[in-house]
Ligand binder design. Sequence first.
Ligand code: HEC
Ligand code: HEC
Ligand code: HEC
Ligand code: HEC
Ligand code: HEC
Length: 498
Amino acid sequence: MTDPKPSFLARPAVRMGLIAGAAALGTILVMALYQSVSTRKAEARQTVLRLVDITERTVDPAEWGKNFPRQYDGYLRTAEKYSTKFGGAGSEGLPKSRIEEDPRLVEIFDGYAFAIDFNQRQGHAYMLDDQRVTKRVTERKQPGACLHCHASNTVAFREVGLKNGAPGTLDEAFTSPNAQAQLMKGFEEVCKLPYNEATKLVKHPVACIDCHDPKNMALRVTKPGFLRGIDALARSAEPVPHLPSIEKWRKGDKAAAYDANRDASRQELRSMVCGQCHVEYYCGPKTTLFFPWNKGLKVEQIEATYNDYKFPDGHRFFDWKHAKTGAEVLKAQHPEFEMWSQGIHARSGVSCADCHMPYQREGAIKVSDHQVRSPLLNISRACQTCHRFPEEELKARVEAIQNRTHALMGRAEDAVVALIRELDAAKKAGVPEEKLAAVFELQRKAQWRVDFVNAENSMGFHAPQEAARILGEAIDYGRQGQIALKEMQGGSWAAKGK
Ligand code: HEC
Ligand code: HEC
Ligand code: HEC
Ligand code: HEC
Ligand code: HEC
């Protein structure tokens, strides 16, 4: 035992073997890693592997889904119902009613279709069905223009345009002059059709083709109202630092229209695709649908655009005559793009898609979540990529903003309702309409502002200070109207305001 054998591991042959083994193992590991990397690369390639040929005629999202199954899967899941404190439409069968939740709205919308049916929004999967069944459509006459934002109509518009004499064929690239002529002609024609006829032309809610170029999947905007509206905005003098491509276009000769599909950056398009629909608009029977952006995106700029706008019959723009007071008033609808434009996130270059379609990792692939929904259901991916606060804290910050907006909005609605009641009392007391003209203007201003915040769907989050500013003005105009009435008649006939 005095001649100890070298330990087993120290024997040269064994060492050689070990080294060789390690090398082999290393090789195997490297091979395995390579294998894995290349399968991932192959997976990544698969997302652009064309299993089916997609063209400017392919409306059905299921066809696109064969090439892009992950995005299609998310898209289908917009049918999932949910509720947050202020978001979603509830998980029950029917969406929650906004006018049952807040009966003041019935008084504010008196004489207009929104007083009979107005629900919380739900997922994109429902947009066409919800429109077809709303009492605003079944019990009132509506134009084909309603479909602009509730269906995939890129192809339908072009087909109708072709039938009405627009040049070219459906195969031409969307951005070609012929295709644009088809689109705009068809849009004008479909807007004029009665809703029940126009709705037969479409089959799907918003679809891949409305936001993507079938050739290379690049983002694009296809809705005529947006294409025209964003050009009108570009031609205005209003600064839009959050849309740098517009600022750049303004420095040119402006000979060609601002064209988002040519001029906008990818990051801008990540909001503009949503701005095709989540905006204030006019879509009545009197003229073709338009986005009122000629003077800018702020509440008073849109109001000024409407005030300057004359219908073909020469009358100043209004949405309806208030049934109680007779004032010619305005209805606001979902100005998400406009409110976002006034907020710190837009100013910091944060897009709608950053929060509402955040990336999710699947293996080596980054996929945009096509289940468009409330970011509060998904704070880790929607917010924590930029904010390193705990989830609970971020949620609490959002709710603090929303609770404050909600409370102030309640006060503003009270002010508007009080003014409506007193105007009604004044009319009943026999005050002549001419004397009330200035107060009708105050009702118009007050109710337009409160509605702008109420119809905006983030309950103040997209631009907290702007929402508070607008509500402050609404309260002021409402109360100014009451004071004017009191001064006019010494308050003798006026009902006790709330
Ligand atoms: C910084 C993140 C962020 C950005 C950017 C953003 N949003 Fe939102 N959005 C929110 C939050 C938070 C809510 C409130 C969700 C809730 O109450 O559940 C919300 C609510 C909404 C809602 C209502 C959602 C629901 O569940 O009912 C819509 C619609 C919406 N946003 C559209 C847009 C559009 C369109 C844009 C771009 C023009 C945009 N948002 C930009 C964070 C964002
Ligand atoms: C073609 C028009 C259109 C486009 C484009 C569009 N939306 Fe919508 N969006 C709607 C309509 C209509 C609804 C309401 C559907 C309903 O209530 O039936 C809706 C609902 C929503 C909701 C509420 C979801 C829920 O489950 O409650 C969110 C959030 C939303 N949209 C965000 C976005 C964002 C972000 C974009 C851009 C990536 C976008 N939308 C693009 C028309 C559109
Ligand atoms: C410019 C785009 C646009 C046009 C035009 C449009 N909508 Fe919508 N609509 C939306 C968006 C965005 C939502 C989701 C946000 C919301 O509910 O506020 C929505 C929601 C709805 C809803 C579900 C919530 C509710 O209000 O009950 C109905 C129903 C509806 N619209 C009917 C109509 C009708 C009827 C017309 C024609 C008079 C019309 N829409 C025209 C964009 C549009
Ligand atoms: C309302 C607009 C909208 C619709 C509708 C839409 N997408 Fe997208 N899609 C986006 C946005 C925004 C992005 C992010 C693009 C970017 O940042 O370049 C995106 C990205 C993609 C990408 C690139 C990879 C990724 O995930 O970021 C693919 C592929 C894609 N979408 C497929 C589809 C398919 C398939 C459909 C239909 C089932 C569809 N999209 C419907 C807005 C939309
Ligand atoms: C792409 C980055 C990005 C994303 C995603 C993002 N934010 Fe922000 N957020 C910012 C920036 C930048 C600011 C500006 C202030 C700053 O620099 O911190 C900001 C500001 C804020 C503020 C302060 C608002 C104010 O008026 O001062 C709040 C609250 C906030 N974010 C909440 C959220 C929530 C909630 C989400 C998710 C729904 C979110 N953010 C998603 C970048 C982002």
